[in-house]
Design a protein around this ligand. Structure first.
Ligand code: AMP
Length: 186
């Protein structure tokens, strides 16, 4: 099994690069952001609760997202070659819960300068239709990332399972760096 975590600030390219790596290695892909947006779009009570957090740029509570993620992992087929988790875990408590249900091969930590992150997210906001791609919410999401999610990379570094990747440059260059790190970890 090749089980990867794509970590990095909002706008670091987690989703874009996940798509390339999923296709190359034939992996399943779980994006907790996509799962939550689908829940909000369904108009369910859970979606309304989730929206109170996401629309402000805050994280959904650990207990809620861990249950959602665990259900997604459980639903993977028996013939699954592995999975990319895109946007999970975002706190150390989530990482600890994850390691009880899955053996992670590698965390890919995509690093992009703050100015470029903001520019990418503002550009994305023009077409994404995402309620959280505006300057105020972007600023909050970057703060949350620094405070709560950065320690997740340290958690995996201590396990010898963290690859720090330069996320600046062309899409092809970044993909090649990620593939090299995965091949070294396999
Ligand atoms: P993303 O599409 O990964 O940027 O996620 C969008 C939003 O969904 C985040 O800003 C959070 O509000 C929420 N979210 C996604 N994944 C998680 C997670 N693992 N833990 C808590 N909140 C999450």
């Amino acid at each position: 099994m090749l089980n990867l975590i794509f970590c990095g600030a909002p706008g670091s390219g987690k989703g874009t690069q996940s798509d390339f790596i999923v296709a190359k290695y034939g992996l399943a892909h779980i994006s907790t952001g996509d799962v939550l947006r689908a829940e909000i779009a369904s108009g369910s009570d859970l979606g309304k609760k989730v929206n109170e957090y996401t629309s402000q740029g805050n994280l959904v509570p650990d207990a809620l997202i861990i249950d959602i993620l665990a259900a997604q992992v459980k639903a993977l087929g028996a013939d699954c070659k592995g999975v990319i988790l895109d946007g999970f875990p975002r706190t150390v408590a989530q990482a600890e819960a994850l390691e009880k249900i899955m053996n992670t091969t590698l965390l890919v930590d995509l690093q992009v300068d703050r100015d470029e992150l903001i520019q990418r997210l503002l550009n994305r906001g023009k077409t994404s239709g995402r309620a959280d791609d505006n300057l105020e919410t972007i600023t909050r999401r970057l703060e949350v990332y620094e405070q709560q999610t950065k320690p997740v990379a340290d958690f995996y570094a201590k396990l010898g399972k963290c690859a720090t990747i330069n996320g600046m440059g062309s899409l092809e260059e970044i993909t090649a760096r990620i593939v090299a790190a995965i091949e070294a970890a396999k």
